[in-house]
Design a protein around this ligand. Structure first.
Ligand SMILES: NC(=O)C[C@H](N)C(=O)O
Length: 477
């Protein structure tokens, strides 16, 4: 689709010129595009004319909640075991509030310039390097998130099939080989959903994915009440159930505050669990009757709902297994238990249905980097999805441990996406005339960015120390 060029060579996106297919216009959008500055109350607000969204408020909440909710939830009980209940609650509340504030910064910045693409905000702030940086961080982060989801499929699906078919644990058939199974799931479920032209179409699968997670939460709560601590059984690698507690151990006691070497992973795990920022602007682009307040409401409702689910899962998961809880909560439940078999299946469905949502921003980033001026084309749309999924499949086949993914991504790209980039974009893009550098919102944003850097440096340092020590104590394995 051709957009009319203005006299200065930029695309004209004025309301009189709303293209028939706004989505193409968004894909076509280049750095020099004009938007409509609209001065009201002395503030420069820009109307979005790039794309006329059709996704309802409710579907947008489902999509954003689905983007937030993923494998991060499985690591939260482990985080609580390594911080204690009080410290965990304080940290979780802080990350929730900061995450919502970060979305406020993103939406406000997008409103000022009239662009609803993370990479384009990078461009407005720092030119081409800013755009490349934003695209790379989004790609890195979302590939990490997708890998962690497929990792769960690789580990859990064989157990479910073995349990349902009552096969012995040492069976070597191809249909209980996690590597084959992720390829089958990728081709039959994920790829068709990833081929959808719009994120809005995934609202129904996102709603279903959230329902599966609610079932998971209810089961975790139920298990806490039917499991006696001293009789608790843990599923181990050989499939033999065994008591995980001994009388000299105090692991049946809940700790209120704990600090140990694994505490280093807490902030990265929580930060990872709340990342949804690459999906916020694409969801905003497709929202019906978009304005900042409406999108902020979508974000606040989604974040609050996920906060409640995260808190309950962490508390009840921790109070079931206490200090022995694994970094992947599901590993703690017996695989002979039919209820937990269904729960595993539900989590697996939930994370599988999240993969296409997380893939959308990667494709957008790749398109913005490699084909910035090209109109929408099915071949590009499909081939990027195929390549990304192929790469992620390869990665998952070689990933050693899910905790390392949480730790690494949580420590690097998560603070960048939540704190550093939205804050820096806000400071650079919102004009001095509208908000001077010494105004309260700008100072807040500066503090926010500084906090992000502190989190990032602290987490990376702790994790490196933990890895080095861990290697030493385990004889380098
Ligand atoms: N969307 C993401 O990047 C990760 C997601 N917040 C999770 O917990 O898995």
């Amino acid at each position: 689709m051709e957009l009319q060029k203005t006299s200065n060579g930029h695309h004209d996106l004025s309301p009189n010129r709303i293209p028939e297919n706004g989505f193409d216009a968004l894909e076509n959008m280049t750095e020099g595009d004009n938007f409509l500055p609209n001065k009201s109350n002395g503030k420069i607000e820009t109307q979005f004319t790039d794309f006329e969204g059709k996704t309802s408020f409710r579907m947008s909440i489902f999509n954003l909640s689905n983007a937030i909710m993923g494998s991060g939830i499985l690591g939260l009980a482990y985080a609580m075991a390594n911080t204690g209940i009080i410290l965990f609650v304080i940290l979780l509340i802080s990350i929730t509030v900061l995450s919502a504030y970060s979305i406020h910064l993103l939406l406000k910045t997008a409103g000022v310039v009239g662009i609803r693409a993370y990479e384009q905000l990078g461009y407005r702030a720092f030119g081409p390097p800013g755009k490349i940086l934003a695209a790379c961080i989004i790609t890195l982060h979302n590939i990490g998130a997708m890998s962690s989801y497929l990792f769960i499929v690789k580990i859990e699906l064989p157990h479910i099939i073995q349990g349902l078919m009552e096969l012995p644990d040492n069976s070597t058939d191809w249909f209980v080989d996690g590597r084959c199974l992720i390829i089958i799931v990728s081709v039959t479920v994920i790829l068709p959903l990833a081929f959808m032209k719009r994120l809005g179409y995934l609202g129904y699968t996102s709603g279903f994915s959230l329902t599966c997670m609610v079932f998971f939460l209810i089961s975790v709560i139920y298990k806490k009440f039917v499991t006696e601590c001293s009789l608790e059984h843990s599923y181990n690698e050989t499939g033999v159930t065994e008591s995980i507690y001994n009388s000299t151990d105090d692991t049946c006691e809940a700790k209120f505050i704990t600090i140990n070497p694994q505490t280093a992973f807490t902030i990265p795990i929580m930060a990872f669990a709340f990342v949804c920022h690459p999906e916020v602007l694409p969801i905003y682009t497709e929202l019906k009757n978009p304005n900042k307040k409406r999108m902020q409401n979508v974000a606040n409702i989604s974040i609050m709902a996920m906060f409640v689910m995260y808190l309950l899962t962490a508390i009840f998961g921790y109070l079931t297994f206490y200090g022995k809880v694994d970094s992947e909560l599901l590993k703690m439940y017996s695989k002979k238990d039919t209820l937990m078999l269904c729960v595993r299946l539900a989590v697996l469905i939930a994370v599988t249905l999240t993969v296409p949502v997380v893939l959308f921003p990667i494709r957008r980033a790749v398109l913005q980097l490699l084909f910035p001026d090209k109109p929408f084309h099915w071949v590009r749309h499909i081939s990027i999805a195929v390549c990304v999924l192929f790469f992620v499949n390869l990665l998952v086949i070689f990933v050693p441990n899910i905790r390392d993914i949480f730790g690494f991504i949580g420590a690097t790209s998560a603070p960048s996406l939540i704190f550093i980039l939205p804050g820096i974009f806000y400071i650079c893009i919102v004009p001095e005339a509208q908000e001077p550098l010494k105004s309260r919102p700008k100072i807040q944003a500066i503090v926010f960015v500084t906090l992000g850097f502190i989190f990032m440096i602290m987490s990376i340092t702790f994790i490196i120390i933990e890895w080095v020590n861990g290697k030493k104590t385990s004889g380098g394995h």
